[in-house]
Design a protein around this ligand. Structure first.
Ligand code: FBP
Length: 345
């Protein structure tokens, strides 16, 4: 494990001089000349705190299980999926900066302040890893902020988002042993932990750099019979016993992308969800999973790929389009791409 980027929580400044998320976001937004942006980050952070409480209370209050409806990707919706979606919509509305929202739990663009001077679209996955809910293990939320090109217009917002808008910020929340909030405004990645005592996110991981090596790999090996030859070759390679070459990698797959990626950002490694016979276009959604996390991982010195091109180069075609995905240490992702290219050659 690379100690340079990992900072234990007990070294977090917890006094009134602490670097809180709102203070940090205000400084970062001012550096970018967009001071209002800090309001958006604070509202997303507030939503995360409320979702954290709801996630902790879901089991004791029996708010588990599905509600009989399916989302745009055909996944059965859980009660907490809809509760978290509502919480984020309310907080984004309260920011006054959001023209429209795309969510895993909504069909189309939910318009908010599209006729005003709201400059952003927000795309989000309110609950990532919802299959972990019933068993009480890690969950996450993922968000991407896209800057508008036609503020004030409520016409053609879907096409504006897909064809014109630019992704300017991304981040995630991890609801695990600690509640973590990690974000980027495109340069630099910083991590915070929630101090339950004061209900505030405090800076715990300044300037995260994804280690070039050292970690493990995350992939659902239960799908190996569905994989293309290049993916099989890659997994066979990382399972090879060759200590001099840093092999084999350790397999870590939690069922929640955010839990796996948080570990990879701090310790190195690679997460892969390749396209396969059951998911010919991959499983992870581009606008609110792959693209925001890709921005963040690459801002931390890692790499984000579909296996054949960088995620930022994947053309946007639809709100809920999926993509194959490999995220993490740049060298590991490049090795994955090389195995796919060699097998396809
Ligand atoms: P959700 O956003 O619907 O939870 O889907 C994403 C996800 O749950 C990832 O968090 C996780 O890594 C992956 O899908 C698990 O998929 P599978 O169960 O097919 O391995």
């Amino acid at each position: 494990m690379n100690d340079s980027s990992f900072q234990r929580a007990d070294r977090v400044e917890r006094s009134s001089r602490a670097t809180t998320l709102p203070r940090h976001a205000a400084a970062r937004a001012a550096e970018r000349g967009e001071p209002r942006f800090a309001t958006l980050v604070s509202e997303i952070a507030f939503a995360a705190k409320v979702v954290a409480r709801e996630a902790r209370q879901a089991a004791p209050t029996g708010r588990l299980g599905t509600v009989g409806s399916a989302n745009a990707s055909g996944d059965a919706q859980k009660e907490l999926d809809l509760v978290a979606n509502r919480i984020f919509l309310d907080c984004l509305e309260a920011s006054g900066l959001v023209a429209g929202v795309v969510s895993e739990e909504l069909e189309g663009v939910e318009l908010q302040r599209c006729s005003g001077d709201a400059e952003y679209f927000v795309c989000l996955d309110p609950i990532d890893g919802s299959s972990n809910l019933e068993v009480g293990t890690s969950l996450g939320s993922i968000f991407g902020v896209y800057r508008r090109t036609r503020p004030g217009s409520c016409e053609g917002v879907e096409q504006e988002l897909l064809n014109e808008s630019s992704l300017v910020a991304g981040g995630y929340v991890l609801y695990g042993a600690a509640t973590a909030f990690v974000y980027t405004l495109g340069e630099g990645v910083d991590g915070f932990v929630l101090d339950q005592g004061i209900g505030e996110f405090l800076l715990s991981h300044p300037d995260i750099r994804c280690p070039q090596s050292g970690g493990g790999y995350s992939i659902n090996t239960g799908n190996s019979h569905l994989w293309e030859p290049g993916v099989l070759d890659f997994v066979r390679h990382v399972d090879t016993v060759a200590p001099d070459a840093g092999l084999p990698y350790t397999l870590r797959y939690s069922g929640a992308l955010m839990a796996d990626l948080h570990r990879i950002l701090l310790e190195g490694g690679v997460y892969c969800y390749p396209a396969d016979k059951d998911h010919p276009e991959g499983k992870l959604r581009l606008l609110y999973e792959a693209a925001p996390l890709g921005l963040l991982v690459e801002a931390a010195g890692g790499r984000a790929s579909s296996g054949r091109e960088r995620i930022p180069e994947v053309p946007r075609r639809a709100l809920h389009q999926t993509t194959s995905l490999a995220l993490g240490s740049a060298g590991y992702v490049a090795t994955y791409e090389r195995f796919l290219a060699e097998a396809a050659a």
